[in-house]
Ligand binder design. Sequence first.
Ligand SMILES: [Zn+2]
Length: 160
Amino acid sequence: MTVKKCDGDYVVTLRIKNDDVKYVELSSKRWAAFRQLVNDINTGVKALMKGEKGVKLQLHIGGGYYVSVTSGISCVDFRKFYKPYNAVYGDIKATRCGVALRLEEWSHLCSLMVAINAAYPTLGTTLPSYYDEDHTDPMTSITCTECYPFGHNLHLARPH
Ligand SMILES: [Zn+2]
């Protein structure tokens, strides 16, 4: 996991050790949206570890990016999705762009998160796009491709 600055914005790259192919890059706003959802993700992970069936979390963190936790797959998956041409509501598809963290890598990321936010205060205090000032107007916020990348039916997940 690395943090770099790119065009004035922080980019957090999550990758599996010794794997150059599978990684995901999160802008500071996506990192922020992700941080808001860590408790929800951990609830899913705990259910997964208990062997519960029917776990199917798909949490939106901005743009085409989602974090997924699914029964039968012992991973926390960070992945970009796309909406196929003529797709109906909710019908989005995974791309190859992403990284599936095994559960021990996930808990490692959780332990690193505090250190990262402390080391990069600007990154640590960035808020998700849905807190942007212009988003108080619902007519403006639905035009935000960060929050509504696939049209206004599919919105950015907020913590429960
Ligand atoms: Zn937005």
